[in-house]
Design a protein around this ligand. Structure first.
Ligand SMILES: [Zn+2]
Ligand SMILES: [Zn+2]
Length: 161
Protein backbone atom coordinates (compact mmCIF):
# COMPACT_ATOMS: atom_id res chain seq x y z
CA UNK A 1 0.00 0.00 0.00
CA UNK A 2 2.74 2.37 -1.02
CA UNK A 3 2.09 5.69 -2.70
CA UNK A 4 4.79 7.99 -4.00
CA UNK A 5 3.85 11.46 -2.84
CA UNK A 6 6.81 13.45 -4.19
CA UNK A 7 4.53 15.36 -6.57
CA UNK A 8 1.95 16.05 -3.92
CA UNK A 9 4.64 17.30 -1.52
CA UNK A 10 5.61 19.85 -4.19
CA UNK A 11 2.00 20.88 -4.74
CA UNK A 12 0.41 23.80 -2.94
CA UNK A 13 -1.26 23.41 0.44
CA UNK A 14 -4.76 22.03 0.06
CA UNK A 15 -3.99 20.02 -3.08
CA UNK A 16 -5.60 16.59 -3.10
CA UNK A 17 -5.07 13.28 -4.86
CA UNK A 18 -7.50 10.38 -4.84
CA UNK A 19 -6.44 6.76 -4.90
CA UNK A 20 -8.24 3.48 -5.14
CA UNK A 21 -6.91 0.89 -2.76
CA UNK A 22 -7.19 -2.79 -3.46
CA UNK A 23 -4.54 -4.80 -1.78
CA UNK A 24 -3.98 -7.87 0.29
CA UNK A 25 -2.33 -7.48 3.69
CA UNK A 26 -1.80 -9.59 6.78
CA UNK A 27 -3.94 -7.76 9.34
CA UNK A 28 -3.77 -10.04 12.33
CA UNK A 29 -0.14 -11.06 11.86
CA UNK A 30 -0.96 -14.76 11.66
CA UNK A 31 -0.09 -15.20 8.02
CA UNK A 32 -3.67 -14.96 6.79
CA UNK A 33 -4.03 -12.33 4.11
CA UNK A 34 -7.09 -10.12 3.90
CA UNK A 35 -8.22 -8.06 0.97
CA UNK A 36 -8.50 -4.38 1.81
CA UNK A 37 -10.32 -2.10 -0.59
CA UNK A 38 -11.68 1.38 -0.71
CA UNK A 39 -10.80 4.93 -1.54
CA UNK A 40 -8.37 7.32 0.09
CA UNK A 41 -7.83 11.03 -0.40
CA UNK A 42 -4.43 12.52 0.26
CA UNK A 43 -4.23 16.21 1.06
CA UNK A 44 -1.15 18.37 1.27
CA UNK A 45 -1.14 20.36 4.51
CA UNK A 46 1.41 22.90 5.66
CA UNK A 47 3.36 20.21 7.51
CA UNK A 48 2.21 16.83 6.30
CA UNK A 49 0.07 14.72 4.04
CA UNK A 50 -3.35 14.11 5.53
CA UNK A 51 -4.85 10.77 4.56
CA UNK A 52 -8.59 10.24 4.78
CA UNK A 53 -10.44 7.29 3.47
CA UNK A 54 -13.05 4.64 3.84
CA UNK A 55 -11.79 1.13 3.59
CA UNK A 56 -13.35 -2.27 3.93
CA UNK A 57 -11.71 -5.57 4.68
CA UNK A 58 -12.65 -9.07 5.60
CA UNK A 59 -10.83 -11.04 8.25
CA UNK A 60 -11.18 -14.62 9.31
CA UNK A 61 -12.17 -14.79 12.98
CA UNK A 62 -13.03 -17.49 15.46
CA UNK A 63 -16.55 -17.25 16.87
CA UNK A 64 -16.41 -16.74 20.64
CA UNK A 65 -19.47 -18.95 21.14
CA UNK A 66 -19.19 -21.91 18.79
CA UNK A 67 -15.45 -21.64 18.04
CA UNK A 68 -16.15 -21.94 14.33
CA UNK A 69 -14.17 -19.74 11.98
CA UNK A 70 -16.01 -17.25 9.85
CA UNK A 71 -15.35 -14.25 7.67
CA UNK A 72 -16.06 -10.96 9.39
CA UNK A 73 -16.42 -7.76 7.34
CA UNK A 74 -14.66 -4.71 8.78
CA UNK A 75 -15.17 -1.06 8.03
CA UNK A 76 -12.49 1.50 8.68
CA UNK A 77 -12.57 5.27 8.58
CA UNK A 78 -8.97 6.16 8.15
CA UNK A 79 -7.67 9.58 9.12
CA UNK A 80 -3.96 10.01 9.70
CA UNK A 81 -1.25 12.54 9.07
CA UNK A 82 1.97 11.42 7.46
CA UNK A 83 5.03 13.55 8.05
CA UNK A 84 7.83 13.89 5.50
CA UNK A 85 11.28 12.89 6.74
CA UNK A 86 13.17 14.53 3.87
CA UNK A 87 12.70 17.80 2.03
CA UNK A 88 11.28 16.96 -1.41
CA UNK A 89 13.56 19.43 -3.22
CA UNK A 90 16.83 19.34 -1.29
CA UNK A 91 16.66 15.91 0.32
CA UNK A 92 17.59 17.51 3.65
CA UNK A 93 16.35 15.71 6.74
CA UNK A 94 13.24 17.22 8.31
CA UNK A 95 12.46 17.14 12.00
CA UNK A 96 9.33 15.30 13.04
CA UNK A 97 6.65 16.48 15.45
CA UNK A 98 6.93 15.38 19.03
CA UNK A 99 4.27 12.71 18.66
CA UNK A 100 5.14 9.18 19.55
CA UNK A 101 4.27 6.70 16.84
CA UNK A 102 3.37 9.26 14.22
CA UNK A 103 3.41 8.03 10.65
CA UNK A 104 6.16 9.14 8.33
CA UNK A 105 6.89 9.38 4.61
CA UNK A 106 10.25 7.80 3.83
CA UNK A 107 13.34 9.46 2.31
CA UNK A 108 12.17 8.44 -1.16
CA UNK A 109 8.83 10.22 -0.50
CA UNK A 110 6.91 6.99 -0.36
CA UNK A 111 3.91 6.94 1.94
CA UNK A 112 3.06 3.43 3.13
CA UNK A 113 -0.51 2.95 4.36
CA UNK A 114 -0.06 -0.66 5.42
CA UNK A 115 0.68 -0.13 9.11
CA UNK A 116 -2.12 2.42 9.61
CA UNK A 117 -4.63 0.16 7.86
CA UNK A 118 -3.50 -2.76 9.98
CA UNK A 119 -3.96 -0.75 13.19
CA UNK A 120 -7.40 0.50 12.16
CA UNK A 121 -8.48 -2.96 11.15
CA UNK A 122 -7.37 -4.44 14.47
CA UNK A 123 -9.42 -1.80 16.30
CA UNK A 124 -12.43 -2.64 14.15
CA UNK A 125 -12.36 -6.32 15.09
CA UNK A 126 -15.07 -7.06 17.69
CA UNK A 127 -13.89 -8.16 21.15
CA UNK A 128 -16.27 -11.11 21.22
CA UNK A 129 -16.81 -12.03 17.60
CA UNK A 130 -19.94 -13.97 16.74
CA UNK A 131 -20.33 -15.92 13.52
CA UNK A 132 -23.96 -14.81 13.48
CA UNK A 133 -26.04 -12.75 15.83
CA UNK A 134 -28.02 -15.71 17.13
CA UNK A 135 -25.17 -18.21 17.19
CA UNK A 136 -26.39 -21.18 19.23
CA UNK A 137 -22.93 -22.03 20.51
CA UNK A 138 -21.74 -25.40 21.71
CA UNK A 139 -23.62 -27.91 23.84
CA UNK A 140 -22.10 -27.65 27.34
CA UNK A 141 -22.29 -31.42 27.75
CA UNK A 142 -21.04 -32.94 24.53
CA UNK A 143 -19.51 -29.94 22.74
CA UNK A 144 -21.71 -30.40 19.68
CA UNK A 145 -22.06 -27.29 17.54
CA UNK A 146 -25.74 -26.44 18.02
CA UNK A 147 -25.78 -24.35 14.84
CA UNK A 148 -25.76 -27.69 13.02
CA UNK A 149 -28.86 -28.88 14.83
CA UNK A 150 -29.67 -30.31 18.26
CA UNK A 151 -27.52 -32.98 19.87
CA UNK A 152 -28.82 -36.04 21.67
CA UNK A 153 -28.14 -34.73 25.17
CA UNK A 154 -31.09 -34.55 27.58
CA UNK A 155 -31.68 -30.89 28.46
CA UNK A 156 -30.62 -31.11 32.05
CA UNK A 157 -30.61 -27.37 32.52
CA UNK A 158 -34.04 -25.87 32.14
CA UNK A 159 -33.83 -22.60 30.33
CA UNK A 160 -36.89 -20.42 31.01
CA UNK A 161 -36.29 -18.45 27.84
ZN1 LIG B 1 -20.74 -19.11 16.36
ZN1 LIG C 1 -24.95 -32.27 23.66
Amino acid sequence: MKINVAQLLRASIGSVRDYEIKQVIDITGDGVNSLVQGKVRLMRTNRSILVKGELAAEVELTCSRCLGSFKCPLKMNLEEEYYPTADVDTGAALSLPDEPGCFTIDQQHVLDLTEAVRQYALLAIPMKPLCRENCAGLCPFCGHNLNRGPCGCPSRVANPR
